[in-house]
Write a protein that binds this ligand. Structure first.
Ligand code: DC
Length: 222
């Protein structure tokens, strides 16, 4: 067992996990590990090869011969078989593909192993869906971020707009709801939390307040 500092930040899409995780990691001086980016990379690999995101056997075979690296830092990079694909993983199409491939147990096993190796090596703020339940259940620092569906879809909508993707709000809301439903209802490691988590509703909080809350709890050892 390693004594590296592990902070688990789980929750659905659009709750501000990525921004909060990045700032908490900076404050605590440990790497920020975005585990969703790894599932997105498998989604990219599947779409490129024309593999159905519902074909578990083909996805297992694909994962076995796919090399994914996640390089933390001020501008984290996702590398797929040596190629930097960071710029292409945040589209609605890849979001949905990632949600589907993440339901496949063999895909999860491979990526969880990678996440555990990274966390044990240097600690980290790991953001995802199952960090506190499956990846690092032993860490005392577990946070589950929530927000109302409307606030979450609104944040996603603005994020996409800022990147030049003008997708109707109603579409963003519908896709986010579908993805959260898929992530919460899958058999392997569904999005959930238990009494060992601190639940933070971010609907009415600023990002600074969320970060301060998490950092204070981690530092005080709760
Ligand atoms: O956090 P994100 O939106 O980038 O994640 C993309 C998808 O990956 C999400 O729909 C569910 C899946 N995921 C997961 O199953 N487990 C994780 N630890 C992180 C993400």
């Amino acid at each position: 067992m390693s004594d590296a500092l592990i902070v688990a930040i789980d929750g659905p899409s659009g709750v501000g996990k990525t921004t909060a995780s990045r700032l908490v990691a900076r404050e605590l001086n440990i790497p920020h590990i975005d585990t969703g980016a790894m599932y997105r990379a498998i989604g990219v690999a599947a779409l490129r090869e024309g593999i159905s995101v519902h074909d578990a056997a083909a996805l297992e075979e694909l994962t076995g011969r796919t090399r994914i690296e996640f390089l933390p830092g001020e501008r984290p990079r996702v590398i797929l078989n040596g190629e930097d694909i960071t710029g292409m993983i945040r589209t609605p199409e890849i979001s949905m593909a990632a949600s589907h491939v993440s339901a496949v147990p063999a895909v999860r096993r491979a990526l969880v192993r990678l996440q555990q190796a990274m966390g044990r090596a240097g600690g980290g703020v790991l953001e995802g869906r199952d960090i506190g339940t499956k990846v690092f259940p032993e860490t005392p620092h577990k946070f589950f971020l929530t927000a109302t569906p409307k606030v979450r879809a609104d944040r996603r909508y603005r994020e996409l707009l800022a990147k030049g993707q003008n997708i109707p709000f109603e579409t963003v809301l519908a896709e986010a709801s579908q993805r959260d439903e898929q992530d919460s209802s899958r058999a392997d490691s569904p999005l959930t939390y238990d009494e060992t988590y601190t639940v933070i509703d971010t609907s009415e909080l600023s990002i600074t307040e969320v970060v301060q809350w998490i950092v204070d709890e981690v530092r005080s050892g709760r």
